[in-house]
Design a protein around this ligand. Sequence first.
Ligand SMILES: NC(=O)c1ccc[n+]([C@@H]2O[C@H](COP(=O)([O-])OP(=O)(O)OC[C@H]3O[C@@H](n4cnc5c(N)ncnc54)[C@H](OP(=O)(O)O)[C@@H]3O)[C@@H](O)[C@H]2O)c1
Length: 273
Amino acid sequence: MSAGSRLKDRTAIVTGASSGIGRSIAERLGAAGAHVFLSGRTRDAMEASKARIEAAGGRATVGTDDVRDPAQVRALVDRAVRDTGRLDVMVNNAGVSFPQPIVDGDPEQWRTMLETNVLGLLVGCQAAVRAMRACKAEGHLVNVSSIAALRPDSGVYGSTKHAVNCISATLRRELEEDTIRVVNVMPGAIATNFARNFDPEVVGGMVAATGVQVELKPGERMPDEVFDKLQPMMRQLLGSPDDVADAVLYAVTLPIHVNVADIVVRPPKQLNL
Ligand SMILES: NC(=O)c1ccc[n+]([C@@H]2O[C@H](COP(=O)([O-])OP(=O)(O)OC[C@H]3O[C@@H](n4cnc5c(N)ncnc54)[C@H](OP(=O)(O)O)[C@@H]3O)[C@@H](O)[C@H]2O)c1
């Protein structure tokens, strides 16, 4: 079967599809034949992905949603089911990190991490299971965790990813009798906008090395050009979003009696996240 037809007639949702890992997964699933529903907050970036998917003969729909709001996550799943009659792959990828020490941390940033990384993912899993059961899908829940979940002292961000690992393992057990498999993905350091809330001096140093002139604003996205130059320069320390997307595509295209349960995708040298 060709790469372009493995997910023919399947419907996939990807949250956080406007950047980095989610964007790459969305484009991979689209190239494999799925009708992809891209969800995120930055519409222009997702429209560009939709154009690329459609130029290659695929199907894509763009929606702006905030995963911190359970109603918006449920509405996203409802849209996909209403438009295509089914749901086969749900990628809960939207996530954010504020790497502060706990003793100096801001409870509003903790709330943002907990609501985005944990609550949004939980509601996404629940809504997706109901939709997959209703259409009798051979489905996959893909939860994007982190290698931070493998360290006991990875801060508030890490604790959200420990929660993701626990949610994935629990759902895997709850869904043993269903035709729904749970794939838990733990990336290492990947060149994306993930560092948008990191120390501007550290990020600025890396960006300067690329030669790209960009004004860094904490919390804001950087141009793709930065990552296109940075990742090949630092490939020992920074993976590419496509590396993660390739692993996800592999896991969701296996027969339903095979569960690639936990995947770590990382560059050769490991940074602590
Ligand atoms: N990059 C890494 O080193 C790394 C390592 C391990 C795990 N991860 C995990 O990988 C996942 C993807 O991160 P990334 O590296 O691709 O970072 P990224 O480039 O910053 O992408 C994050 C995505 O999540 C979206 N998002 C954030 N908050 C949202 C919200 N409240 N509602 C809807 N969408 C929201 C962003 O949308 P906008 O940009 O439109 O705001 C963006 O599309 C996250 O779960 C992250 O924890 C990343």
